[in-house]
Design a protein around this ligand. Sequence first.
Ligand code: NDP
Length: 322
Amino acid sequence: MGKPVILLPRPMLPVVTRQLTERFEVILPFNDIDPDAIVQAAAPRVQGLAVMGTPIDARYIERFPKLEIVANFGVGYDNVAVYDCSARDVVVTHTPDVLSDEVADIAIGLLIMTVRQLGAAERWVRDRNWLQKGSFPLTPGTLRGRTLGIFGLGRIGKAIARRAEAFDLKIRYHGRSPQADVPYPYHADLEDLAAACDTLMIAAPGTAETRHAVSEGVLHALGPHGVVINIGRGSVIDEAALIDALETDRIMGAGLDVFADEPFVPRPLLIRDNVVTLPHVGSASVHTRNAMGQLVVDNLVSWFEKGEAVTPVPETPITRRP
Ligand code: NDP
């Protein structure tokens, strides 16, 4: 029997490509002058996909009649139509846990940057203002006395909470249901959480249910000292409502690692000193990206050698090969 055939629609890290090439027949169409023709020719034999951000919808997977597994690079899998995969008995895997601490570090970094305006302070030095105009203005914001409301107290949310405790922040959370082993107060309603805190940390996934969950009402409930930090997905915030809340001083600031239409960032967010923007770098260190890549490899190897995925997503609890 030949080796299983794995397609990488787009380039992935060397840690992934090298190991997959050692064990599987790997199709790398992007190296070719006509990538579509390569995919078309290989499609009847493709059994696995290794993807990083590539949109995988029902039409896409239809092209691969022998497809068994989609190994997604990333813990968030809003790029993959999981229910269509499930309907075809295609298992989807992702890369949980190995990135949680890295993303939580960035979440806290973004929070401090936003509250204490570190981006603007850094530009103050680079622009020679310190020399020519004197000290950077005192920041109206401080972490002291803040209450952090975590929207999505999952793996990353809990890693953020652990760090936030060390900063003496009070912590509350919202999810679809309360969690038994968690010491923080639970809010069944997101607007209720926002009213009870002044700092909203979004660590929830981008799904149909969470789309625009952070609405005008939620933002206004945060109050004029309110700060929003988003390291989840851009779709979770109503970006137009956020811009309006910032422009009308309904909230104090925002720190954003993710956006509705990446890599496009609306100009009103770019020009404000009370907004910190990062280019979706939550997990983006060599160390952590390699760990994520290794988990992509481990899932494919385990699936084809042992018949079970290491980290399938909950929507495709398919543990044995058909
Ligand atoms: P988890 O699944 O462990 O946590 C997600 C949390 O969101 C859960 O606690 C869940 O709680 C809550 N949640 C899910 N759906 C809803 C909903 N409809 N309403 C309210 N709460 C909801 O995932 P991770 O912590 O591992 O990752 C979270 C997200 O972070 C990823 O999906 C990804 O989008 C994002 N991310 C961003 C990165 C970046 O670079 N910025 C890097 C990595 C991840 P409950 O089940 O109780 O509702």
